[in-house]
Design a protein around this ligand. Structure first.
Ligand SMILES: *[C@@H]1O[C@H](CO)[C@@H](O)[C@H](O)[C@H]1NC(C)=O
Ligand SMILES: *[C@@H]1O[C@H](CO)[C@@H](O)[C@H](O)[C@H]1NC(C)=O
Ligand SMILES: *[C@@H]1O[C@H](CO)[C@@H](O)[C@H](O)[C@H]1NC(C)=O
Ligand SMILES: *[C@@H]1O[C@H](CO)[C@@H](O)[C@H](O)[C@H]1NC(C)=O
Ligand SMILES: *[C@@H]1O[C@H](CO)[C@@H](O)[C@H](O)[C@H]1NC(C)=O
Ligand SMILES: *[C@@H]1O[C@H](CO)[C@@H](O)[C@H](O)[C@H]1NC(C)=O
Ligand SMILES: *[C@@H]1O[C@H](CO)[C@@H](O)[C@H](O)[C@H]1NC(C)=O
Ligand SMILES: *[C@@H]1O[C@H](CO)[C@@H](O)[C@H](O)[C@H]1NC(C)=O
Ligand SMILES: *[C@@H]1O[C@H](CO)[C@@H](O)[C@H](O)[C@H]1NC(C)=O
Ligand SMILES: *[C@@H]1O[C@H](CO)[C@@H](O)[C@H](O)[C@H]1NC(C)=O
Ligand SMILES: *[C@@H]1O[C@H](CO)[C@@H](O)[C@H](O)[C@H]1NC(C)=O
Ligand SMILES: *[C@@H]1O[C@H](CO)[C@@H](O)[C@H](O)[C@H]1NC(C)=O
Length: 766
């Protein structure tokens, strides 16, 4: 059945009656009228063109007329029929007006040419509703929405503007008048009750049920806080079993009376429990009436009052959710409001990037109010925390600089322009508007700007924009996300012909706020650095080390366009992370030094261990051992990563002495890694025999073989910056020595030596 009805005016007050309208020109329409109200029914288009009509309720003719005459109106005293538009207005509706009505239309030859039915339903309008929340034992909240009267109420619940989802209420469905909300739900709860002739609603701020607070009331003058609908645990005394008699009174009413190990009176027995042996009273489902001053009087067995203490119980409604709303002011300041949905005595506390706001960051307002005005160029993670004595709620948002100004040339078709959220964009739409007869600037289908004959006819955003006709520039302030979209400029000549059409895409981005650089050493001396911008749209990361974009060869795994990179070992210098989007750029820098590991490479050349990059020999002078590996290969290629015992200092660095401290002051640990090839060489040595080995040692290494320890071959280990910073003339790095022991059999690749294995030693065995 097609129900076409309209609610014209809702409650005009019960005295005046509710007026409803209904288009009854279709067969089978359902129309609603309010009890004691008025209904306006359109029965036909124009009765003056109809030869004869009858409007009947069941078999009673209500209205009968034809041409310009009304012959019968049974309810004339409370209705009026307007033939020219076929509308009947019936006042003072009563329940008997309900029913099925039939309209019959006849032509001049007496033939019935049409017959339509209409069902009129009279409903009593709803009177006011009231929301009553109540906490249940497990922290759920039952809320009832009771209407004072009215027919066919339909309930609809919303929380903070959103229809309650089945996941939020418990058990009951959201179309009933009683719902049970899950634990920890809070916000603005609205119950709307509708029927076909009226709508009423009530709202309340609900806060978490069953907030439990406790308070030590054993000293006189204690101040205790309890949460509305929550529980308070009051310690009134140490041990009641040692007390002969006490009375706990609110004003002059005795709430609790104890005598000789027995509770004689408990006025609030059904929602409280007293534990005598620790003197603790637990009161549930607190109401505002529980607030007040309580007095405890303790008597001894002879009836003498031996102690008297007062306690003030203060009931506060817990705070419900808060919401932060930032807004840019004209000079680039930002006003932010923190509005709590409800709760008693809210105390506001603001932090930006974890630090309490200081007066120098604020204009005029103090940081303990719910509205602050931040100075220009403040950005970061803003948190508003609202507390009272029984609860705490908070909201946070990333704020970025207000009033970022961007400009864009929109004179070509398909221009992409970027504007900053809450900022200003300057769009050049054309060269000179004064030479254009008419143009329209349309967003999707809506005309934003309309210019005609040297005048702005329409400017939808006039309150925050200005158009300069002689250079065709439109300046839009206080941009919001809804300004994003595709705009079309249509230019017309004086004959109304469209002569040009261009589109422009405006993209609104939140500017980036500050970035934080956090370096971290990984287990093998690699360094992971994260660069995190605390807010803003579409961040693009760019890393430089000592002014040069990082190359893939300097990185492990990750690419340089992410916000987390892993640098290879022994990278150091001035690391800058720059984050950009189309409306802003922020960067942060840090000086990184190695994570304590340096890789050097020794190769065997002519039987000597020398640094790969020079003829400097890899020699050793000391003592502790490490393991080695070797495999086949003509030229032995050994990578040594050594952790030294002595401080390793560099006399200079390629990036200039100003950063030397940062780079090299830390103790450099050198870890010796002997790679593929060493063992093969050893096997060759062994095959040739000990004599050969000795002679080689003596001839090649006699200068270095200072100790004459014939079991040892020494390797000189240099600290060599890798990758793009090969040993350069000005780099003078103190040489460390590693004792290299040649093993007979291949061993596993070396592990990083322990804290006290300071030198690498390769032992040459027989
Ligand atoms: C029909 O005419 C009456 C009297 O002029 C007017 O009050 C009413 O609004 C009209 N109804 C419609 C639906 O146009
Ligand atoms: C009246 O309606 C009948 C049936 O539709 C039709 O035959 C007749 O011609 C109509 N008379 C006039 C005067 O229109
Ligand atoms: C409840 O009311 C809201 C807002 O008026 C509406 O969006 C929603 O569809 C309604 N839900 C039901 C079940 O009627
Ligand atoms: C007192 O005893 C009750 C019951 O054993 C216990 O639940 C409560 O935690 C105790 N209170 C204190 C303050 O010890
Ligand atoms: C309770 O006592 C405090 C302090 O003595 C006083 O400020 C307050 O007004 C009293 N409250 C009531 C409800 O009497
Ligand atoms: C009760 O207290 C009064 C006053 O402090 C004292 O004189 C009396 O001896 C006490 N009685 C007992 C039984 O302790
Ligand atoms: C605000 O909260 C922070 C963190 O909880 C705290 O350190 C600071 O003292 C508070 N400031 C005020 C004015 O309450
Ligand atoms: C256009 O004119 C206005 C007002 O004189 C000026 O502020 C703006 O900078 C000009 N824009 C361009 C692109 O020249
Ligand atoms: C605007 O146009 C661009 C390019 O034609 C398209 O990718 C984009 O989705 C459009 N945006 C909107 C909001 O229609
Ligand atoms: C740079 O990062 C450091 C460490 O995260 C931070 O303390 C500092 O405030 C940042 N500097 C800027 C200008 O954002
Ligand atoms: C990173 O920034 C530098 C310096 O601004 C620039 O030369 C380089 O091209 C940028 N790299 C990328 C990938 O954007
Ligand atoms: C490294 O040098 C510093 C400063 O010269 C000194 O305090 C420290 O003890 C040295 N460390 C070792 C392990 O020798």
């Amino acid at each position: 059945m097609r129900a076409v009805f309209g609610l014209l005016a809702m409650m005009l007050g019960v005295c005046h009656g509710v007026e409803t309208t209904c288009d009854g020109r279709h067969d089978g329409t359902e129309c609603y009228g309010a009890l004691r109200g008025t209904v306006i029914l359109q029965l036909m288009d124009d009765a003056t063109e109809i030869f004869r009509y009858y409007w009947m309720k069941e078999s009673t003719i209500i209205l009968h007329g034809g041409k310009h005459r009304i012959l019968t109106n049974q309810i004339a005293n409370r209705s009026s029929f307007t033939p020219s538009n076929g509308t009947i207005r019936i006042n003072n509706l009563n329940r008997n007006d309900s029913g099925d009505y039939t309209l019959k239309i006849f032509n001049s030859t007496g033939q019935r040419i049409e017959r339509r039915t209409l069902q009129l339903i009279i409903q009593a309008p709803l009177s006011s509703v009231k929301l009553v929340p109540e906490c249940l034992s497990h922290g759920e909240m039952r809320v009832s929405c009771s209407s004072g009267g009215g027919d066919s109420p339909q309930y609809n619940w919303t929380m903070d503007g959103h229809t309650l989802m089945d996941s939020q209420p418990l058990s009951e469905h959201e179309e009933t008048n009683i719902i049970t909300l899950k634990q920890d739900m809070s916000g603005r709860l609205v119950c709307t009750v509708r029927n076909n002739v009226s709508e009423v609603s009530d709202k309340t701020y609900i806060s978490t049920c069953g907030v439990e607070t406790s308070c030590d009331g054993r000293h006189d003058g204690a101040e205790c806080y309890g949460a509305l609908r929550g529980t308070v645990i009051l310690q009134l005394m140490d041990d009641a079993t040692e007390i002969f008699r006490y009375q706990w009174m609110n004003e002059s009413t005795t709430i609790l009376h104890w005598r000789e190990n027995r509770i004689l009176t408990n006025q609030i027995a059904k929602r409280s429990s007293f534990t005598p042996n620790n003197g603790t009273l637990r009161i549930n489902n607190l109401s505002r009436n529980d607030g007040g001053n309580y007095t405890l009087k303790i008597f001894n067995s002879t009836g003498q009052s031996i102690e008297r203490r007062t306690l003030q119980l203060i009931i506060q409604a817990p705070l419900s959710s808060v919401q932060l709303v930032p807004e840019c002011l004209s000079q680039g300041e930002m006003r932010v409001s923190c509005s709590s949905g409800g709760g008693d005595s809210p105390q506001y506390n603001w932090t930006l990037d974890g630090h309490t706001l200081i007066d120098t960051q604020l204009l005029s307002e103090h940081e303990e109010t719910n509205i602050i005005t931040l100075k220009q160029d403040m950005s970061g993670r803003l948190v508003c925390t609202v507390r009272n004595n029984v609860s705490e709620v908070s909201d946070e948002t990333f704020i970025s600089t207000c009033g970022v100004e961007t400009s864009c040339d929109g004179r070509h078709d398909g221009a992409e322009c970027y504007g900053a959220l809450r900022g200003t964009v300057i769009l050049q739409l054309m060269d000179d508007a004064t030479e254009i007869f008419r143009y329209q600037w349309i967003k999707e289908t809506r005309t934003t700007l309309h210019w005609r004959e040297n005048m702005i006819v329409i400017n939808q955003i006039a309150n925050r924009s200005s158009f300069t006709p002689n250079n065709g520039t439109l300046r839009i302030n206080n941009l919001n996300r809804n300004d994003s979209g595709n705009y079309t400029l249509k230019i017309f000549d004086s004959t109304g012909q469209s002569i040009e059409k261009r589109t422009l895409q405006l993209i609104i981005q939140a500017p980036l706020s500050s970035v934080q650089l956090v370096p971290e050493c990984l287990s093998h001396g690699e360094m992971r650095v994260s660069c995190s911008s605390s807010g803003g749209d579409s961040p693009q990361y760019n890393w430089t080390l000592d002014g040069h974009t990082l190359m893939d060869s300097q990185l492990l795994s990750e690419h340089e366009e992410t916000n987390i990179i892993t640098l290879k070992q022994d990278m150091s210098g001035r690391l800058v992370c720059t984050v950009r989007n189309n409306v802003s750029e922020v960067s942060n820098k840090t000086f990184i030094s190695t994570c304590g590991y340096i890789s050097v490479k020794c190769i065997q050349r002519n039987g000597n261990y020398v640094l790969e990059t020079s003829e400097t020999q890899c020699t050793t002078t000391t003592t502790t051992t490490t393991t080695t590996t070797s495999l086949g290969g003509k030229e032995t290629d050994t990578t040594l990563t050594t952790k030294p015992s002595n401080n390793v200092t560099a006399s200079n660095h390629t990036e200039g002495s100003s950063h030397r401290g940062d780079l090299w002051s830390t103790q450099v640990k050198v870890y010796l890694l002997v790679m593929v090839g060493v063992l093969s060489s050893l096997l060759v040595f062994l095959a040739v025999g000990m004599g050969v080995v000795w002679s080689q040692s003596k001839t090649q290494n006699k200068a270095e073989d200072v100790r004459g320890d014939q079991d040892l071959t020494y390797a000189e280990v240099n600290i060599v910056p890798r990758q793009g910073r090969q040993v350069q003339p000005e780099v003078e790095i103190e040489v460390e020595y590693g004792q290299v022991r040649f093993a007979q059999r291949p061993q596993q690749p070396v592990e990083p030596p322990g804290e006290n294995s300071l030198y690498a030693k390769v032992h040459k065995s027989r």
